[in-house]
Design a protein around this ligand. Structure first.
Ligand SMILES: [Zn+2]
Length: 142
């Protein structure tokens, strides 16, 4: 565990386990602190980790270093339903390659600039910025 990086990361419920530094890019490996998750079908609490699924996501920069998170979305097996399910994580949507707060920051910048310049600033594609806008507007409707 990396207590200082965990504090800097400031994602409630997540721990930074390790990091690697590639020039101006920082990769933080993070995992949820909880040892259980609730089944989305029946609500039963499960402690049985079925599989680990590691994914990458862009996150907010730290001291001008761009940050990617290597995060584990663990799969649990519900003993009630007998089926595996993936834990839901507060900071990121399913199948997204960016955190909610990163998307919020990028989309907020769209108020002051056009899509081309915002994409350039965050080193992402125009399409990704457009998909963030769509993702956040859908999320707010729920
Ligand atoms: Zn269940």
């Amino acid at each position: 565990m990396q207590p200082l990086l965990t504090e800097l990361l400031n994602l409630p419920g997540m721990d930074v386990e390790s990091y690697s530094n590639a020039g101006d890019h920082l990769i933080l490996e993070i995992e949820a602190k909880t040892i259980c998750s609730n089944c989305p079908r029946c609500g039963e609490e499960s402690h049985a980790i079925h599989q680990n699924h590691w994914h990458m996501a862009r996150d907010l920069s730290i001291s001008d270093k761009s940050v990617s998170l290597r995060y584990n979305r663990r799969q649990f097996k519900c003993k009630n339903c007998g089926k595996p399910f993936s834990e839901s994580l507060d900071f990121i949507g399913s199948r997204k390659h960016y955190t909610d707060r990163f998307a919020e920051r990028v989309v907020k910048d769209l108020m002051h600039g056009d899509i081309y310049n915002v994409a350039k600033k965050y080193d992402v594609t125009d399409d990704l910025v457009a998909s963030m806008l769509e993702y956040l507007s859908k999320k707010k409707e729920i």
